[in-house]
Design a protein around this ligand. Structure first.
Ligand code: NAD
Ligand code: MG
Length: 386
């Protein structure tokens, strides 16, 4: 039985997790919940799951939360400190980190340092502060388990392999709504077109990241911290796989490959992160291998420069992954506000990365300072382009 604090309970991953908790009460229990502003949905989840403690990140909404929850026994807290309290409370052994973006870093790192097992969906935390995060995990002694579907695939393939026998990790990418569509003028695509993902139903930020291929850029960095770490030998590649059935591939030194397949449904990797190596029964729809031909092609880095920027940030190291992430969050928010065109997203990020002269961050405060700088600088670029 896992006792989980679910950070980001009202989002796409959060709701899928609650669905699993409902269906497998013998395997997972909710002892903590957090949300940012969706106070009604958080109150409903508190009433249903009765966690020990719950936090609303926007403190102005605490009175409304209290009113909606009534006299339920859950302790209600607020603000970023409240989210940290939920992430580190004694009742919980596992944190499912499903806050979107840099806001997830501080509570997830606090949980890592407190010795919790971390089921990580919030890839931005690892991109911003990979070394610091891994040191936090080592100090706390908990396990870091990927939830991202590609990384869950690699994690599952690696069971039974020696890490030194891995030659290459191949992350698959759907390509989003625009890959392989040269007739589409990317400078003119609308918010609605970019949000129309062909295979996955996800939050808005990651859906735009999938359309620009920045999601894969972030995932290359995530894979580096999760799998190649000190061993270092494996390279990380990306292939476009429009069907999103093969979730990733591990190539071994003898030339053989292992892949993990399944329908595009995040409940699969979430359940595995919470119950593995045991498998819960009938988590997701079954895959008919005869129903879908599978295709693999090379990504187009000229048309989708965000993926190249991800590789650049990884190669450059130091503060660059954090800068990449902060500038991307600002640029994506600006695109969603109709303030810049789709093609300006990589331009903003590239300009901010080129301007960075900071040394590698060593502490959380230094990471957050670089993140603040990158967002401010990106806002300036957005204003110039808007
Ligand atoms: P979402 O936008 O649907 O939900 C985000 C959650 O984060 C919400 O519960 C929201 O309340 C919370 N949140 C947002 N800003 C916050 C803040 N400032 N402080 C505290 N909480 C805040 O996002 P999502 O699609 O569920 O994605 C969550 C994370 O999982 C992201 O890092 C994403 O990259 C990753 N992920 C998602 C999917 C997916 O299928 N949705 C797949 C792989 C990885
Ligand atoms: Mg993914």
């Amino acid at each position: 039985m896992r006792n989980i604090s679910l950070l980001g309970a009202t989002g796409s991953i959060g709701r899928s997790t609650l669905d699993l908790v409902r269906r497998y009460p013998e395997a997972v229990r909710v002892v903590g919940l957090t949300a940012h502003t969706r106070v009604a949905a958080l109150a409903e989840a508190i009433t249903e799951f009765c966690p020990a403690v719950a936090a609303i990140a926007d403190p102005t909404l605490l009175p409304e939360l209290r009113e909606r929850v009534g006299d339920a026994p859950t302790e209600l807290v607020a603000g970023p400190e409240g989210v940290v309290q939920v992430a580190t409370q004694a009742e919980c052994d596992t944190v499912l980190a499903a806050i979107v973006g840099g806001a997830g870093l501080a509570p997830t790192l606090a949980a890592a340092r407190a010795g919790k097992d971390i089921a990580l969906a919030n890839k931005e935390a690892l991109v911003m502060a990979g070394d610091l995060f891994l040191r936090g995990m080592a100090a706390g002694g908990g396990r870091l388990i990927p939830v991202d579907s590609e990384h869950s695939a690699v994690y599952q393939c690696l069971r039974g392999c020696r890490i030194e026998d891995v030659r290459r990790i191949i992350l698959t990418a759907s390509g989003g709504p625009f890959h392989g569509r040269p007739e589409i003028d990317l400078a003119a695509v609308t918010r609605a077109q970019a949000l129309n993902h062909p295979n996955w139903s996800m939050g808005e930020k990651i859906t735009i990241d999938s359309a620009t291929l920045m999601n894969k850029g972030l995932e290359v960095i995530e894979a580096r911290y999760l799998f190649t770490g000190d061993h270092g030998a494996a390279t990380i590649d990306v292939v476009i796989h429009p069907e999103s059935i093969v979730h990733s591939v591990v190539e071994l030194c003898d030339g053989q490959m292992l892949a993990q397949l399944g329908m595009p449904d995040m409940r699969g990797p979430i359940a595995y992160a919470l119950t593995g190596p045991r498998r819960a029964a009938d988590v997701m729809p079954r895959l008919d291998l005869t129903a879908t031909p599978l295709h693999f092609t090379t990504p187009d880095l000229d048309r989708f420069p965000c993926l190249r920027l991800g590789f650049d940030a990884l190669a450059g190291g130091g503060p660059l992954p954090c800068v990449l992430n902060g500038a991307n969050e600002t640029a994506v928010a600006a695109f969603l506000d109709n303030a810049i065109p789709f093609t300006a997203i990589p331009e903003v990020i590239e300009a901010v990365m080129a301007a960075c002269t900071a040394p590698a961050p060593a502490t959380l405060e230094e990471v957050l300072e670089i993140d603040r700088w990158a967002r401010e600088r990106a806002s300036g670029e957005v204003t110039r382009k808007g």
